[in-house]
Design a protein around this ligand. Structure first.
Ligand code: FAD
Length: 446
């Protein structure tokens, strides 16, 4: 019997339990639906549209190599799946389980015609529960609870054949979706190769021997850069896990953060918009003209703090930012500028190629201290100390061209060193003043 295979953030053919099940049942109609309505404000951001275009092109080609096709449709997923079931005479829809809240309505509408398969996480996050059956809210407890489930299941091989249906339904042309930027084309610095083949190549070449320390140093390439591939499911988390060894615990723990954040948004679907600690609804965030101008300066990498500016410019140019710098830049927006974390989260959503509903919201709330995990608001990162400690000098020189000729002695804080290169802005606010203002605002929460 013909079945539909509904691709979402699982754009791969290997280790794909839903594909294996569909191929086993008979002819398969693989479909990807661009649905900008269901996620509302969380529809795919601009940087990810670039990625999606290339990833879908790669998936379509891989399916064609197997004598199949990728059917593309745009619109409300609930309606389109109903139409496709009718057009193809398919009995079932197979899909990988996802945890973003906007999938629920379509999944419920499909009822027992939908068969969900676990495949995008190390262990299905809904199965890792507390004694009372809920989701974990503290990562360290989650990691402990995950142990009996590890190692994750072995990855499944790609099915040898994927039978085509007797008649293919109509498909949109990928180019007609306009996912790539044109006027202007800001993707010139996107030095990435989306798609399953590139993801697997990266996993094969994975070298994380020095990961424990190197991952914190923005000037070197010390992490895997697998995040966009993992977000779009071009490679499964368990494939990545099994490519590492017992000694790679730090890396495996980071990989498990993905599972954790999916559990958080499963339990708290509006975590991207609501403070995990309701007391923080009282925090007097800045707003108005001055705050708007500061937000724009942060977005453009013109705060006068080189480490923050380098990170924000790396993000704009490449669609990705180093994890340590994400923490510093996020902390700076929230605490130094006293701007609501949701403004930063939204900017990341538009500009990150790895923007992920769970990972983004949980990390923003973690840095803000507004979340269900730790209360970190009063832990205010000092950007200049961080920049020195993690030796960001080459990173700054690379991403802030105005500072390319500044020596190590002045690079972390050119203003204090009396070095004012043309075009580089003065600090928006001094560290001590910002710290006092943030702590005073935090006192109002209590
Ligand atoms: P590696 O260090 O090689 O880690 C391997 C994989 O583990 C990553 O690809 C990622 O899937 C996962 N991972 C690592 N760290 C984290 C983490 N802290 N939380 C969740 N998963 C993690 N990551 C996203 O994937 N999408 C986001 O939208 C996102 N937003 C963030 C926002 C802020 C404010 C901060 C501080 C962090 C955010 N992160 C996000 C987490 C982290 O910065 C990135 O996952 C990491 O930098 C990606 O680089 P990598 O693939 O080289 O990571």
């Amino acid at each position: 019997m013909t079945t539909l295979l509904w691709f979402r953030q699982d754009l791969r053919l290997h280790d794909h339990p839903a594909l294996v099940a569909a191929a086993h049942e008979g002819p398969v109609v693989p479909v990807y639906i661009l649905d900008d309505e269901a996620p509302g404000d969380w529809r795919i951001g601009a940087a990810q549209r670039w990625w999606l275009h290339h990833s879908l092109a790669a998936l379509g080609k891989a399916l064609e190599d197997k004598g199949s096709r990728l059917i593309l449709r745009r619109g409300a997923a609930t309606r389109i799946l109903a139409e496709l079931l009718e057009e193809t005479g398919a009995g079932q829809v197979h899909a990988t389980r996802h945890y973003e809240p906007w999938w629920t309505a379509t999944e419920q509408a499909l009822g027992d015609r939908l068969c969900l398969h676990d495949g995008n996480h190390l262990v299905p996050p809904h199965e890792v529960t507390t004694g009372s059956g809920g989701q974990y809210r503290i990562y360290s407890s989650f990691w402990k609870a995950l142990q009996p489930h590890l190692p994750p299941a072995d990855p499944l091989p790609m099915p040898r054949t994927i039978d085509p249906p007797g008649k293919w339904p109509k498909s949109d042309r990928l180019a007609s979706w306009g996912l790539l930027p044109d006027k202007p084309d800001w993707s010139g610095g996107f030095d990435w190769t989306p798609g399953e083949a590139a993801a697997l190549k990266k996993v094969k070449a994975l070298d994380i021997a020095g990961y424990d320390t190197d991952r914190n140093l923005p000037s070197i390439d010390g992490s895997s850069r697998l995040s966009p591939h993992l977000h779009f499911g071009e490679v499964s988390a368990r494939t990545v896990w099994h490519a590492t060894g017992r000694g790679d615990t730090t890396f495996r723990k980071e990989l498990a953060w993905r599972d954790f954040t999916s559990g958080v948004v499963l339990a708290l679907p509006d975590y991207a918009t609501k403070n995990g600690r309701p007391a923080y609804d009282r925090l007097p965030w800045r707003s108005g003209k001055g705050a708007n101008a500061d937000l724009r300066a942060w977005q453009r990498g013109r705060t006068g703090y080189p480490i923050v500016d380098a990170g924000m410019r790396q993000l704009w140019r490449t669609g990705w930012m180093h994890n340590r710098v994400r923490m510093i830049a996020a902390s700076f927006l929230i605490k130094h500028l006293l701007i609501d974390w949701r403004e930063g989260e939204r900017w990341f959503w538009e500009t990150l190629i790895d923007a992920d509903y769970g990972n983004n919201s949980v990390n923003w709330q973690w840095v803000a201290g507004t979340g269900v995990d730790s209360n970190m608001f009063s832990r205010i990162m000092a950007p200049i100390t961080q920049s020195e400690k993690f030796d960001a000098s080459d990173y700054i020189r690379r991403w802030v061209p105005e500072l390319a000729d500044v020596g190590d002695d002045a690079i972390h804080d050119p203003e204090a060193a009396g070095c004012r290169p043309d075009e580089y802005p003065a600090k928006l606010i001094g560290h001590r003043e910002a710290r006092e203002r943030a702590l005073a605002a935090n006192a109002k929460v209590k």
